[in-house]
Ligand binder design. Structure first.
Ligand SMILES: [Fe+2]
Length: 279
């Protein structure tokens, strides 16, 4: 991808039900933030900024919440150029859309293709050339960032972006992304609130986030055992299911589990204070 990240938004927030429980995705984000790993170096968007409590959609927490497909519509064109900035030189309200592509275990998917197309600020598609069309690939952390303009309205539809998303070697998901607060959301039969982006106004335009969840299995299992072991082994281990109150040792220190979860690489107790309290 051509790549400039325009300070993408974070999308950590409460669950969609407003409850206090952390979703797996939030835990994953916490792990990405906390892990002192080389993967967190150049090109990685800022994550988990405390002041940006925005509601992610969809919530990746139970393995059955893949991003829903939507019709392609009449304006897709194959062979779009590879670029993350698709509106260079065009009039309109500047818009960045950023997020992650996850599998159903909330594992980030690197190298996933995202092919965007959209109307211009007057509601017109370029069906001759490739204006407002472009594809890119997620980075090693599964992140993408699109630089564009807010699409205009055209008859019969609410405001939307089109995108195709494909994990390497997997089927293509074709869908559309929507803007909150649009009057036509109530009357567009295609509109789906599960496809709402989180959008906020910023100096010079708008910033949006949306995380795509593809039907790609991964580690850890999407369905943890119904009855977590009551006394996990004395040493923390990847793949182990930990219940609240479970105690482990790691690096010579003892920790108590604060949130039930399945341990993943990068979630080592000293890295994820949201999960583990040192005793
Ligand atoms: Fe459209």
């Amino acid at each position: 991808m051509t790549g400039q990240h325009d300070d993408p938004l974070d999308a950590t927030a409460q669950t969609s039900t407003g409850g206090p429980a952390l979703t797996r995705k939030q835990l994953l984000r916490a792990a990405l933030v906390a892990a002192p790993l080389p993967i967190l170096l150049a090109g990685v968007p800022a994550l988990a900024r405390d002041g940006d409590a925005l509601d992610p959609t969809p919530v990746c927490d139970d393995g059955d919440d893949e991003t829903p497909p939507q019709m392609e519509g009449p304006y897709f064109k194959p062979d779009s150029p590879q670029r993350a900035a698709i509106a260079t030189g065009l009039p309109g309200t500047r818009l960045t859309v950023s997020g992650y592509v996850f599998g159903t275990s909330c594992q980030p998917i690197a190298g996933a293709l995202l092919d965007f197309w959209q109307a211009d600020s007057a509601g017109a598609y370029d069906n001759v050339g490739y204006r407002l069309r472009g594809h890119q690939y997620t980075n090693a952390q599964g992140a993408y960032s699109l630089t564009t303009i807010v699409p205009g309205l055209y008859p019969g539809r609410t405001r939307h972006l089109h995108v195709k998303v494909q994990a390497p070697g997997r089927p293509v998901l074709t869908t559309q992304l929507y803007f909150p607060g649009e009057p036509r959301n109530a009357t567009d039969s295609l509109y789906d609130p599960r496809l709402l982006m989180t959008v906020r106004s910023v100096a010079g335009g708008r910033e949006a986030t949306f995380d795509v969840v593809l039907e790609v299995p991964g580690v850890p299992p999407t369905t943890p055992p119904a009855t977590p072991p009551s006394t996990p082994g004395g040493t923390w281990a990847v793949g182990q299911v930990y219940a609240v109150g479970a105690q482990v040792t790691y690096g010579g220190a003892a920790y108590r589990c604060l949130q039930g979860h399945t341990a993943q690489p990068g979630w080592e107790p000293p890295n994820v204070p949201a999960l583990w309290q040192r005793l």
